[in-house]
Design a protein around this ligand. Structure first.
Ligand code: SAH
Length: 351
């Protein structure tokens, strides 16, 4: 029998039943893993030795290995590049905020099938959907790192590699582990799922997770431009997307985060700010402008970042429509921290 992950609650409970182990032991193990951040089964002193041996025989604690770790020069951002058992590279990034509200950006797929032109991940193609434990282990690893800095993880965003709505069932189980009181115990609204706009996924999400935060990579206010940079728009155009988002806000009364990457000369024309304003006017929205992060020096598509003063003009125009926005700080320039950049670089080095 292959071993299973310690995060697989169902299998672990089955194992306990088979071996007539009292149910309360599960709580002790849960406590050791998620609250005390033990690193191996021998360190769980609250359980008897034979149970520790049983765990060692049937379970594994961590399948990912750390391939590379980099912290930005200002100390705010740490990027982890992990290798899966099947030798795929995935990334997770800690963003430390001065307020102490640390955020972890996690991956849900190795590679990505969505083919957004500006994103480094898609050039890898979809390698696989991550398994539950591979997602949870990213959080485990980062939580331990923060614990060692006397602080803790407060927010999780599914904004690393991959499209969470395409690994829906696993994402669902991962959110259960992130928010369960006896596990990571994060507040639901501090978990954010970011999607490029997979409408059926958004509909399911609205039913399953009315408390969890939703971000949408919008990147353009009309189908013409959106289609050029995000092929998903051919399947789910803006009218379908906005209708599904309205259902979400109607049901949850929660503000949606709209991500808008600023690419020079592609989607940053000031008349688009008016279009964006008209699109989001009256909707529960918060726009996050993300300065395009070039990969490999300059992108193969010749993309470059919109100058800051233009982004600020965009923001002013949106204000006229009563749409709030922020400009995301690029805290990670020196470590290739944007989505897929490091994994892609490493893969190329190997060639
Ligand atoms: N598939 C999901 C989550 C992963 S992408 C989604 O599309 O939302 C996470 C965010 O990073 C998205 O908003 C994406 O558009 C942005 N991103 C990707 N490549 C980028 C780059 N080169 N510079 C800045 N942001 C980028």
């Amino acid at each position: 029998m292959p071993r299973f992950s310690i995060h697989d609650e169902k299998r672990l409970k089955e194992l306990f039943q088979e071996h007539k182990i009292p149910a309360f032991r599960y709580g002790q193990i849960e406590n050791a893993i998620y609250k005390n951040f033990i690193t191996d089964f021998d360190a769980i002193q609250t359980i008897p030795k034979d149970l520790r041996e049983l765990l060692k025989e049937h379970c594994f604690y961590q399948s990912l290995t750390l391939d590379h770790e980099a912290t930005s020069s200002n100390g705010q951002t740490t990027k982890f590049l992990f290798k899966t058992q099947d030798d795929l590279l995935i990334e997770a990034v800690i963003m430390r905020h001065l307020s102490g509200r640390n955020t972890l950006c996690i991956s849900c797929q190795a590679g990505c099938p969505m083919a957004c032109t500006f994103c480094a991940t898609w050039k890898l193609g979809l390698q696989k959907n991550l398994e539950l434990h591979e997602i949870v282990e990213q959080v485990m690893y980062a939580s331990r790192a923060l614990h060692n800095e006397w602080t803790r993880l407060r927010n999780i965003v599914f904004m690393g590699m991959g499209e969470p709505m395409l690994n829906y069932e696993v994402m669902k189980q991962a959110i259960y582990i992130f928010t369960h009181q006896k596990k990571f115990d994060l507040s639901s609204r501090r978990v954010t799922v970011s999607t490029c706009g997979i409408v059926p996924g958004i509909k399911k999400f609205t039913q399953d997770f009315p408390q969890t935060s939703l971000a949408v990579s919008l990147h353009a206010p009309n189908d013409e431009i959106r289609r050029e940079i995000m092929p998903v728009d051919h399947t789910y155009d803006l009218s379908k997307l906005m209708a599904s988002l309205d259902e979400y806000t109607d049901k949850t009364n929660k503000r949606i985060f709209y991500e808008y990457i600023m690419i020079n000369g592609v989607n940053d024309h000031l008349k688009l700010a008016d279009e964006l304003g008209k699109l989001l006017q009256g909707r529960l929205a918060h726009v996050n402008f993300i300065p395009y992060n070039p990969w490999e020096g300059t992108s193969s598509d010749g993309y470059s970042t919109t100058p800051r003063f233009i982004i600020e003009k965009f923001q002013k125009i949106l204000e006229k429509y009563g749409v709030v926005s922020t400009i995301r700080a690029t805290m990670w320039d020196d470590i290739d921290a944007a989505c897929g950049q490091l994994a892609r670089k490493k893969k190329q080095e190997k060639k």
